[in-house]
Design a protein around this ligand. Structure first.
Ligand code: AMP
Length: 159
């Protein structure tokens, strides 16, 4: 926010919350598996870790796919529970949209809305270093809005 004299009001500079800030709070652990894992094993991993998606990597650690609970539910509805014996390779999404630590949460919200997904792996120099979900983004967005309200209150009451 600019003051009447054109300078920035102290404490009200627009903060740029990015992916690095989210990873600092939630950590960098990502649940991954390899492409010959069965869909049944994937569902067990989702349950154990209480998560909604798993990133598929090749033995070198490169991201080669992502599978979410939606993919599995859709396939069970289409082909029946026998599909749970099949490996994830045929059912994962291979065109994975990833983000970087420097990306802002505004960019993530735009990507997630445009592509209609809720998860984005964080990749730096070809290496998977974290995963951000829509829940993480919304939480950070609310925290950012609350900080702005607090700064505005301080500005109004002290100027
Ligand atoms: P989600 O909303 O994240 O549960 O995923 C919805 C659909 O998008 C599923 O088919 C996922 O495999 C796919 N998907 C999830 N995250 C990504 C991503 N970052 N890039 C590409 N596809 C994704």
């Amino acid at each position: 926010m600019l003051q009447a004299n054109g300078t920035k009001a102290p404490g009200l500079e627009k903060t740029r919350v990015n992916v690095a800030a989210i990873l600092k709070v939630k950590g960098r652990r990502v649940v991954t598996t390899v492409s010959d894992t069965s869909l049944l094993d994937i569902t067990k991993q989702l349950r154990i870790h209480r998560i909604g998606c798993i990133v598929i990597t090749c033995p070198g650690g490169k991201v080669i796919g992502i599978v979410s609970e939606r993919d599995i539910v859709r396939e069970i509805a289409r082909a029946g529970s026998k599909v749970l014996k099949k490996s994830v390779e045929a059912y994962m999404t291979k065109a994975v949209v990833t983000c970087r630590e420097s990306d802002t949460i505004d960019r993530l919200m735009a990507e997630m809305t445009a592509h209609r997904f809720r998860h984005m792996p964080v990749v730096e120099q070809g290496r998977l270093i974290g995963l951000v979900s829509i829940g993480d983004v919304v939480k950070m967005h609310i925290a950012e809005a609350e900080m702005e309200v607090a700064a505005l209150r301080t500005y109004i009451t002290t100027s």
